[in-house]
Design a protein around this ligand. Structure first.
Ligand SMILES: Cc1ncc(COP(=O)(O)O)c(C=O)c1O
Length: 350
């Protein structure tokens, strides 16, 4: 606290990202990064871009990337918005597309950045309880609101809501923007982008951090009808004209061109996820059904915090949330086969 702070800053409760410790040989399963690394074609594209052109500003519109995403998802270029990680895209969404006087709806157990954006922009929120089995019930989203957002699959639960249920929420809220945050959709879910043509109130947000293994490059995007995208462009151009640098643009375009690498990495994560789930269930864990690159698991009768601590002593870090309803659980990112073996053995020894 300082006399130089604005009154708003004093009230902020910032997001706490998962830790990034610099410890050698750590089995790092705490921030849902992809274990396989980006496509070699991405690295090549970034190296090619490492030249004297770095003295020039990048394309403020990120047009080549918008074209690559539009072609991949068969939408128009003016239906695509790009930003510096989906966190930045989400920040602009909260500012540009939610009605600030009315409560935003999101699940009570969800991505913990949503309440942070509400605090930043002074938007009220009304967390909606997930069911006892940690599912989103569309019926609960039929109430007055200033906008709706949920991840699909949800984080940190990993549970996926089928698209016909997503449509129920869209149809019940024609005058409000419904944001589907698909950070993890490529690990077994189906994207809602194919609904964009039918629902002017739908905005789908995605990231290259997870399935495309580029968390360090910071690239995210949103797809929706052109009017929604224009609102995001207006905010972006009132904030930072160049959110994506030349290297990020080049790498992101290449990532969309290497389908083979993408498919292989997603399949690898999915089959390891099923293997880890089976192994943990065999140890007596309850594991929620996941369509993400992580699982959410608890061992009845054992505190989540104690398990996380015990793993850490063995050089394995996972995420534990000391929050109502989920303090028993561990969120475990799916790693390489060797990392997953270490996790399974580590839990067994506890
Ligand atoms: C649900 C969800 N949305 C968005 C993000 C942000 O991703 P990024 O800013 O890396 O694109 C995350 C990151 O973990 C997430 O879990």
């Amino acid at each position: 606290m300082s006399k130089f702070w604005s009154p708003l800053v004093a009230t902020l409760v910032p997001y706490t990202p998962g830790e990034q410790p610099q410890i050698p040989n750590l089995v790092k399963l705490n921030t849902n990064e992809n274990p396989y690394g980006p496509s070699p074609k991405v690295i090549e594209a970034i190296k090619t871009e490492l030249n004297d052109n770095l003295r020039l500003y990048p394309d403020p519109e990120g047009d080549a990337l918008k074209a690559a995403i539009a072609s991949y998802y068969q939408v128009d270029r003016n239906q695509v918005f790009v930003g510096n990680g989906s966190d930045e895209v989400l920040a602009h969404i909260f500012y540009a597309l939610f009605q600030h006087g009315q409560p935003i709806l999101f699940p009570d157990v969800t991505y913990s950045f949503y309440p942070v954006y509400c605090g930043l922009y002074n938007i009220p929120s009304n967390p909606v309880a997930l069911t006892d089995s940690f599912e989103i019930n569309p019926e609960d989203y039929k109430q007055p609101n200033g906008g709706i957002i949920f991840p699909n699959p949800n984080a940190p639960t990993g549970r996926y809501l089928p698209l016909d249920r997503v449509e129920e929420i869209l149809a019940a809220n024609p005058d409000r923007v419904v944001v589907v945050d698909e950070a993890y959709v490529d690990f077994g879910g189906e994207t809602a982008i194919r609904l964009v043509a039918r629902y002017p109130n739908l905005l789908v947000c995605q990231t290259l951090s997870k399935a495309r293994s580029l968390a360090g490059l910071r690239v995210g995007f949103a797809v929706g009808q052109a009017e929604l995208i224009e609102a995001l462009e207006r905010v972006k151009n009132s904030f930072n004209s160049y959110p994506l640098d030349r290297l990020a643009l080049a790498g992101a375009v290449a990532a969309f061109e290497d389908h083979e690498w993408f498919e292989k990495c997603c399949q690898g994560v999915i089959s390891e996820r099923e293997r880890v789930t089976g192994a943990l269930e065999a140890q007596g864990f309850e594991v929620l059904p996941s369509k993400a690159n992580f699982i959410f698991a608890r061992k009845p009768g054992v505190e989540g915090e104690a398990l996380a601590r015990g793993l850490r002593e063995q050089g394995i870090i996972v995420r534990h949330f000391n929050k109502p309803r989920i303090s028993d659980f561990l969120r475990i990112t799916i790693g390489t086969a060797e990392q997953n073996d270490a996790l399974i053995a580590g839990l067994k020894s506890l």
